[in-house]
Design a protein around this ligand. Structure first.
Ligand SMILES: Nc1nc2c(ncn2[C@@H]2O[C@H](COP(=O)(O)OP(=O)(O)OP(=O)(O)O)[C@@H](O)[C@H]2O)c(=O)[nH]1
Ligand SMILES: [Mg+2]
Length: 365
């Protein structure tokens, strides 16, 4: 049965479940660690997932792998959940008259409405898998700046230890300006998602990543690399490098080759450290934010209740000027009865008077 058939639930149900899930506490590290693999187009995300999966299979710890790229031609690793089984990317483009990027965003949005089912499937594997790996589309902004990306990352982080793996192409980053652009993007994602972050410097079989590590540790080295370049971009990179100092300080970066598998052990060590960071820093922060959100909600409710009470009160006070009108006529039926009764009495008197008069007129003189 295809996942699309399994996932026949309404978006409202999904939102309700997500809300419920979001209110659950992450309990211990018995659950698989979720790795969200992000990176610029062609940086080697899919190859990285492939290498990681093959290594983990060979150590008898097969991961649970989810492909979130609806537009990829083929998936070169054994995939457990494939977005392409759920959403027909080409059909989405056709039916919604979208281009390739819009098609990817919409496909991911459609898939996000079914994400509670993915969570259930990952949870089912909790006992026999340590890692759940999410391969994402090449158009990085599709995941990082879309509603679906936020739903997916926040839902995962509410339930599992979740780590962002940012893959950079170390071959294409030898230019300091390109390196800086890549790092700025990484920094923006870190501050947006606020999850433990590992930078994977991929393709070290072609170019060693030592130069990048040096640039991150030593501003003078980066400055020296830029010395021959006086363009606007170079000047901007120079100033930004100082700004990114704080970001570089605690950054977990490992060299990796998705072709040879070099860097696998260092990467696993980095994941272990990231999980500790998740438990010690992210979870308390998540709880703090949740508490703040709850407090804000309670305050908002109290404010609304007060406003409601004030409205009711002002209606009652304002009613004083109106009430006398209504009070005089409060019982319209009895008032009318009284009026009718008094009218009949007058009539009665009038009749009596007339009778008396006619009697006296008829009386013999
Ligand atoms: N030499 C070398 N080539 C690599 C490595 N990783 C990936 N590649 C090559 O880089 C190209 C892009 O790799 P992919 O894995 O498709 O990259 P991706 O980030 O998934 O690409 P998109 O999903 O399109 O964004 C392919 O030709 C890979 O063979 C690596 O570690 N070393
Ligand atoms: Mg890919």
């Amino acid at each position: 049965m295809e996942l699309w058939e399994v996932l026949q639930v309404s978006p409202i149900y999904m939102i309700a479940v997500s809300y419920f899930m979001g209110n659950l506490l992450f309990v211990g590290s018995m659950k698989p660690v979720c790795l969200i693999v992000l990176g610029m187009a062609g940086s080697g995300k899919t190859s990285f997932v492939q290498q990681l999966t093959s290594k983990l299979h060979s150590t008898n710890k097969p991961p649970y792998v989810i492909n979130l790229d609806p537009a990829c031609r083929e998936v070169p690793y054994p995939v457990n959940i494939d977005i392409r089984d759920t959403v027909n990317y080409k059909e989405v483009m056709k039916q919604y008259s979208l281009g390739p990027n819009g098609g990817i965003v919409t496909s991911l949005n459609l898939f996000a409405t079914k994400f509670d089912q993915v969570i259930k499937l990952v949870e089912k594997r909790s006992t026999n898998t340590d890692l759940a790996i999410f391969d994402t589309p090449g158009q990085i902004e599709v995941f990082t700046w879309s509603a679906s990306g936020t739903i997916i990352s926040e839902t995962l982080a509410a339930l599992f230890p979740t780590v962002v793996v940012y893959v950079i192409d170390i071959v294409r980053s030898v230019s300091p300006v390109t390196f800086m652009s890549n790092m700025l993007y990484a920094c923006s994602i870190l501050y947006k998602l606020r999850l433990p972050f590992i930078v994977v410097m991929n393709k070290i079989d072609v170019v060693r990543h030592d130069y990048a590590v040096e640039w991150m540790r030593d501003f003078d080295a980066f400055e020296a690399a830029l010395s021959n370049d006086s363009s606007y971009n170079a000047n901007l990179s120079r100033s930004l490098s100082l700004t990114l100092d704080e970001f570089y300080k605690d950054l977990n970066a490992v060299g990796f080759s998705a072709v040879t598998g070099e860097g696998f052990d260092e990467f696993l060590a980095a994941v272990d450290a990231a999980v500790v960071e998740f438990e010690t820093e992210y979870c308390p922060e998540y709880e703090r934010l949740k508490k703040l959100q709850m407090e804000a909600r309670v305050k908002h409710k109290a404010k609304q209740m007060k406003k409601f009470e004030e409205d009711v009160e002002s209606e009652a006070v304002g009613g004083d000027s109106i009430n006398p009108i209504f009070l005089n006529n409060s019982n319209l039926f009895s008032a009318e009865d009284e009026r009718m009764a008094s009218k009949s009495f007058h009539e009665f008197l009038e009749e009596q008077r007339k009778k008396q008069q006619s009697k006296s007129n008829n009386a013999p003189s």
